[in-house]
Design a binder for this molecule. Structure first.
Ligand SMILES: NC(=O)c1ccc[n+]([C@@H]2O[C@H](COP(=O)([O-])OP(=O)(O)OC[C@H]3O[C@@H](n4cnc5c(N)ncnc54)[C@H](OP(=O)(O)O)[C@@H]3O)[C@@H](O)[C@H]2O)c1
Length: 299
């Protein structure tokens, strides 16, 4: 791995996949823009580490879980639907030979989150990596959004992340290490947040702010906090979009582009924390709605 000296690379955008990946990294405004040239060789040895991946049964979470397992990381996957969960767990065990478990979990339920942490500690003895990823999405003009839908987004996409971190953080503080990687959203870099999407996006804005603050609190404990801000990715979540044309579908990114960001974060040198990594659809104009779509209620 070669890193051309930069003042402090923090935000990043991926432009291509292996073997050479160029990351343009911004630093906070006080330091201005800088560019980090990162040539990726073999990934740091992650073998034997233990990870929780929420929403690991499908979509981005599944792609991340498979890549972690490929790198020798033991995984505990959490999702509500047992069938997809079991299927993914057996695929991982068979293909990668790591320890892999699935626990049916609703991340909007505090008791389920506690069970997930207890289960992981029982099975694996420690938690090195948390991939906070489980999320739902919906689109409404605000005056038409059912209150239940709004609350579901809050309890899943915001509290689901923050509560789980709270339940794990003291374990990581005791061990003086840990990596917490969070799927936030590229919609947080759009200002104002996209119309009819404001509950989802503003919760992600709040989450992003929380995570940035948390980094500064956790830095001296050796814990890394990373937010990943993906554009529109080809998963079940976007399959729920109504009236999506084949041209729009072609503009979606593969989950692999997000997986690259996760691996970048996990393979950063010990004294570097990729705080925010943004990977955006090359073909999507920023200043327009990400996709003109109508989306059904969060499920
Ligand atoms: N796709 C995109 O364009 C995009 C862009 C930016 C950010 N993101 C974020 O990336 C994350 C993953 O999205 P995705 O596109 O991979 O979605 P997806 O394909 O719909 O997968 C969502 C995963 O989360 C699980 N899940 C949903 N609600 C849950 C709950 N209450 N408790 C436990 N698990 C739950 C699902 O399993 P069950 O349904 O079985 O529970 C599934 O495993 C989300 O946080 C999303 O906001 C996605």
């Amino acid at each position: 791995m070669y890193v051309i000296p930069a003042k402090a690379g923090i935000y990043g955008v991926s432009s291509s996949r292996d073997p050479k990946i160029i990351y343009y990294c911004e630093v906070p405004s006080f330091a201005g823009m800088t560019r980090l040239l990162f040539t990726k060789g073999s990934i740091m040895d992650l073998k034997g580490k233990n990870a929780i991946i929420t929403g690991g049964s499908r979509g981005i979470g599944k792609a991340v879980a498979c890549k972690l397992a490929e790198n020798g990381i033991n995984v505990v996957l959490a999702a509500r639907g047992k069938e997809a969960l079991d299927q993914t767990v057996s695929e991982i065990k068979e293909k990668y030979g790591v320890q892999a478990f699935g626990l049916t979990t609703d991340v909007s339920e505090l008791a389920d989150l506690q069970k997930l942490v207890d289960f992981t500690l029982e099975q694996l003895g420690g938690i090195d990596i948390l991939i906070n990823n489980a999320g739902v999405s919906s689109q409404y003009p605000f005056e038409k959004q059912p209150i239940e839908d709004l609350e579901k987004l809050c309890f899943t996409n915001y509290l689901g992340y923050v509560r789980l971190i709270r339940l794990i953080i003291n374990h990581m503080i005791e061990r003086k290490s840990g990596s917490i990687i969070n799927m936030v959203s590229g919609s947080t870099v759009v200002d104002p947040v996209p119309r009819t999407f404001i509950t989802y996006s503003s919760l992600k804005v709040g989450l992003r702010a929380f995570l940035k603050g948390l980094f500064w609190e956790m830095r001296d404990h050796g814990i890394k906090i990373t937010s990943i801000l993906p554009g529109v990715v080809d998963t079940d979540l976007t399959d729920k979009l109504d009236s999506i044309t084949s041209e729009q579908k072609d503009r979606l990114m593969s989950p692999d582009s997000v997986v690259d960001m996760v691996m970048f974060a996990l393979s950063a040198p010990a004294n570097a924390c990729p705080l925010e990594l943004t990977v955006i659809n090359q073909k999507t104009p920023w200043t327009k709605p990400i996709i003109d779509y109508a989306q059904k209620q969060a499920k």
